[in-house]
Design a protein around this ligand. Structure first.
Ligand code: UD1
Ligand code: UDP
Length: 366
């Protein structure tokens, strides 16, 4: 491969989704991409299904690092990525979001003096107890081009002293994908029939954050709160493997199965269809509440910090930190009949990826 190419590093579910529109838009503009999958996520439902359904090119290599403690997992990726970058000498490394795959790619590239472009830069929870916060801050600090999904993300980075010239407010690439799949999900997905659900007649929940799954008391609060809601309206929970493991470990699996529609993680079209038709979404995910807003659906964020503050400010989301069963259940129940939020476009209009491709092209020509 010629020197004139970009290496994208991805490894976890949300990164495959963010990668899709970027690689597509770069290819439209004649920019060459090489894809490195770290192997952080590996179950078919957490990885390959996204490549198949979104039509993402097969990764050029899979480093197969798998699961592990933060240090071990990040270190394995770092060693393998350094080797990969040394062998292939990309002109730039493109990283996504805030996972351990993001962090190790940033460190490996920075140590080789390879420029980095960070997509979804400037998001902050101001809480270093979250592994993702460490990853975000380090990745932004080491990046050359920072693609901010919103003005507030850009402002955050400016306040941290990052040079304004390196920051591009392009909007959110997940919106590009949501739009591309809006019609297709409607036509292709059979998930409502399969799960016996009707439009506006269920709550879609997801839980996977370390802070919500690693502590029995917290996880129990969330499951019990969702179980209370399920007395009024069905609650469907496509379960992240981390959460399933935690339910088993804490002996909560039977209770969850007894009151919730617990299903395997779903593919992207099914998730888009479940999202678009839900009455309300209850989630601790970074991406899912934002996708709810892209589909004009209200959400309840099962965390202390919204991460995407505009969703709360505009009335599309409410915060429900897992402090008690009653408070979480009450907020979800109140949201069932909340009016939609204000119409505004804090995350752009679904053309973030072409803007990123143009900025990359200008950078490589400049
Ligand atoms: C990771 C990211 C998180 C992101 C999430 C998206 C970090 C620190 N965390 O969290 O920011 O929101 O991905 O989903 O990078 N597992 C499987 N099969 C898989 C993948 C994981 O069984 O294909 C199980 C393993 O038991 C593993 C656990 O899930 O130990 C956690 O996986 P890991 O990738 O370490 O973190 P996530 O919780 O997925
Ligand atoms: N998602 C999916 N199937 C599921 C759950 C989530 O396709 O069963 C998609 C969801 O639509 C979003 C992304 O995965 O695009 C979010 O990933 P996740 O919540 O795992 O990570 P986070 O956004 O919190 O980093």
């Amino acid at each position: 491969m010629s020197k004139d190419f970009y290496t994208h590093v991805v490894g976890a579910r949300p990164q495959f989704i963010k990668l899709d529109p970027v690689v597509r838009a770069m290819s439209d503009q004649g920019l060459n991409s090489r894809i490195v999958h770290t192997g952080q996520h590996y179950d078919r439902a957490m990885s390959q299904s996204f490549f198949d359904d979104l039509g993402i090119p097969t990764p050029d290599t899979n480093l197969e690092v798998g699961s592990g403690h933060h240090g071990a997992q990040t270190a394995k990726m770092l060693v393998a990525l350094e080797k990969d970058f040394e062998n292939h000498r990309p002109q730039m490394v493109v990283i996504y979001g805030d996972t351990n795959s993001t962090l190790s790619a940033a460190i490996a590239a920075a140590k080789l003096n390879t420029p980095i472009a960070h997509i979804e830069a400037g998001i902050r929870a101001d809480d270093f107890r979250m592994p993702e916060e460490i990853n975000r801050v380090a990745a932004d600090r080491l990046s050359t081009l920072l693609f901010a999904p919103s003005q507030s993300a850009a402002t955050e980075m400016q306040q941290e002293g990052i040079d304004q010239e390196h920051i591009f407010v392009v909007g959110d690439v997940m919106y590009d994908v949501a739009i591309r799949f809006r019609e297709r999900a409607k036509n292709d997905s059979r998930i409502l029939a399969t799960e016996n659900l009707v439009k506006n007649g269920y709550v879609l929940a997801t839980i996977h954050r370390a802070e919500n799954t690693d502590n029995k008391e917290v996880l129990q609060i969330l499951i019990d709160a969702l179980a209370n809601v399920a007395k009024t309206i069905p609650v469907i929970l496509p379960i992240h493997p981390r959460t399933l493991a935690a339910l088993k470990k804490f002996d909560l699996e039977e209770a969850a199965k007894g009151s919730l529609q617990l299903i395997e993680p779903v593919n992207y079209p099914d998730m888009a269809h479940l999202t678009a038709n839900a009455r309300v979404i209850a989630s601790d995910s970074g991406g899912v509440p934002k996708e709810a807003y892209f589909h004009n659906v209200n959400s309840v964020i099962l965390r202390e910090d919204a991460l995407w503050g505009e969703l709360v400010e505009l009335g599309w989301a409410r915060l429900a930190p897992p402090t008690s069963v009653a408070s979480v259940a009450r907020i979800i129940e109140e949201s069932l009949d909340s009016p939609p939020g204000q119409e505004a476009y804090p995350y752009g209009k679904g053309d973030a990826a072409p803007k990123i491709a143009t900025a990359l092209k200008n950078w490589s020509n400049g």
